[in-house]
Design a binder for this molecule. Sequence first.
Ligand code: COA
Length: 325
Amino acid sequence: MRAQIIGTGSYVPETVLTNADIAKRIDTTDHWIVERTGVRERRIAAKDEATSDLAYKAALQALESAEVLPKDIDLILVATATPDMFFPSTACIVQDKLKAVNAAAFDLSAACSGFLYALSVGEQYIRSGTYRKVLVIGAEVMSRLTDWTDRRTCILFGDAAGAVLLSAAHPHDGILSIHLHSDGSLWDLICVPGGGTAIPPSEKVLMEHLNTIKMKGNETFKVAVRSLGEVALEALQANGLHPSDVDHLIPHQANLRIIHAVLTRLHMSKGKVVVNLDKYGNTSAASIPLALDEAVRDGRIKKKDLLLFLAFGGGLTWASALVRW
Ligand code: COA
């Protein structure tokens, strides 16, 4: 038995923050940001919106598109680096909002690779026959972890949520494989050092902005290009497929230059890649399901198409998934 995505959904907050808006606050320009990253604008959650609110709205859409009721969900997985609270899990809060009374619920943390990590967990529960309907959500309010005085990072991120509903599939369709990797020795390339148990909240943490994203951009960039290329080929080889067999590449939306470098490595044309980072920036665990939902709703993705998902993020973590739609 394989797991198949039978519904997709997404949600982005209303407020749009453009590059020009950021250039009013710090020393940067729209030209620099577009040239170095591809991002033109991003969404920012309202003051009273938490990650679970975004996740809930994306989940509702996924359930609607799959025509499945909340009471029929067996498991809710939320991939997030920006949970509502340390505990309970954001997944439990989403469960309450959905009234998915029969579901188990937990969060999973793998930063920007979180969605594919969560998808792999959901897939295993379906494959084993333990659960029939699994809701997998990637949701982030990155703006709350952003240092708005740091021009190297504040231009990159945005807030969003994406969701998919998994169900059992015909053995030839659905999720063909998922490959996950981590290299914990590179944890400090991108992290939020303060505010947890290592460096608990204090005046110093706030003064030095240690509760916000710290990133070694150049090094992260290089590892991202290498590992995304490798994990893409690993997925294709494991299934006896070639890059030319892929109909749609749906990569984590971190930086357009990273995406183009990966396309070059795979000898794939730009026409095959789903890109929406110009509108939303890097939405971490939300980026892949958000891009997927957009491409499903605008009719780009057709039945039997071969989809290759690629993710990369803090940890470091990286992953791929091949899906026959
Ligand atoms: N506006 C204008 N100038 C900026 C700037 C900004 N927003 N941010 C940095 N600069 C400047 C730097 O200060 C530096 O100037 P200097 O040489 O005088 O010191 C110069 O631009 C080059 O900085 P650098 O950090 O080397 O730029 P870069 O080409 O590596 O681009 C990133 C920076 C962050 C866009 C790029 O490294 C990147 O995207 N890395 C990957 C990050 C990522 O994807 N992380 C998430 C992974 S999930």
